[in-house]
Ligand binder design. Structure first.
Ligand code: ATP
Length: 285
């Protein structure tokens, strides 16, 4: 059985002497092994801060995070986190921030080399990972900074996969991509989830991705976890959606998915009901 992730009373402040501005407040949650968990919430609600606690990039100001048997607290020495970082890979919100070598191939080799694989294994792992993300061989010697947004995302994902993580964290993996690019990256992530037995944790503003791929969803607001639930139950609790994450494209997606999931509009307050009906009609025109 693989590792689950447990947060026990986690608080976090970027300025340890100023507890009036906590980025995370009293977080208690459990993410099961081999689940696909989406994290949603308004800008600044603490999503990125939350996921960075899982591989110890940020350590809780108080409380603990458990990943399997590994424990992360503010007392955990950095050298103890090395093993954990092999197990938990993060693809950051801006992939260009994690690419720094002068060619794609060197970039993907960096991770496995850094964690101690020998040169032959490094090359095998890097090439295999680039194949898995469907990255064209003719571009291996290109600078990663000359690539399109979608290709850069693929290289960043390959770089993390080359370290054979068990848990893959993706912070807004489709931000800034067009619809085709978004769909293709999401298909790739979902394939990895199914074929590699990974546990996936994905920060997203795309409600349709929550409904299409996730089996659990965490709603954050102002540093607190408002709810951990299933996408289905989230859709049924429209007020929860409304108060935590309302942006126009999401209303469209939610209206559409409410309809698809056969959720009764009678559960929705009248003004929202009118709005969603209007949008759904527009969608099907
Ligand atoms: N490096 C930092 N130093 C100080 N404060 C920070 C830092 N990074 C984030 N914060 C603050 O912590 C809080 C949570 O930020 P976080 O980036 O986790 O939110 P988020 O939900 O991921 O937002 P977004 O959707 O915009 O990515 C915000 O108030 C933010 O301003």
């Amino acid at each position: 059985m693989g590792d689950s992730i447990v947060f026990n009373d986690v608080n976090f402040s970027y300025h340890s002497n100023d507890l009036s501005h906590q980025a995370l407040k009293d977080i208690n949650l459990k993410i099961p092994y081999h689940s696909f968990t989406a994290i949603v919430g308004k800008t600044g609600s603490g999503k990125s801060t939350l996921v960075q606690q899982i591989n110890g990039l940020l350590k809780p100001t108080s409380g603990t995070v458990m990943v399997g048997n590994s424990i992360i607290s503010n007392k955990t020495p950095d050298k103890k986190l090395f093993k954990l970082r092999k197990k938990v890979g993060i693809v950051f919100q801006f992939p260009e921030h994690q690419l720094f070598e002068d060619t794609v191939l060197k970039d993907v080799c960096f991770g496995p080399k850094n964690i101690g694989y020998n040169d032959n294994d490094v090359m095998t792992l890097a090439e295999k990972s680039l194949q898995v993300v469907d990255f064209p061989k003719r571009l291996y010697d290109q600078s990663p900074f000359n690539l399109s947004g979608g290709q850069m995302r693929r290289v960043a994902i390959a770089g993390v996969l080359a370290m054979n993580p068990k848990i893959l964290i993706l912070d807004e993996p489709t931000a800034g991509l067009d619809q085709i690019g978004k769909r293709s990256i999401m298909n790739l992530i979902y394939n990895l989830y199914c074929k590699r037995n990974l546990t996936i944790i994905m920060v997203t503003h795309q409600m349709s991705d929550v409904s299409d791929y996730a089996d659990h969803v965490i709603v954050m607001n102002n540093g607190k976890m408002v709810k951990m639930t299933t996408p289905r139950l989230l859709f049924e609790n429209y007020n929860l959606v409304l108060h935590n994450n309302l942006r126009m494209p999401e209303v469209v997606n939610f209206a559409y998915h409410l309809k698809q999931n056969g959720v009764s509009f009678s559960k929705i307050p009248l003004n929202i009901k009118e709005l969603t009906t209007l949008i759904v009609n527009k969608l099907h025109r």
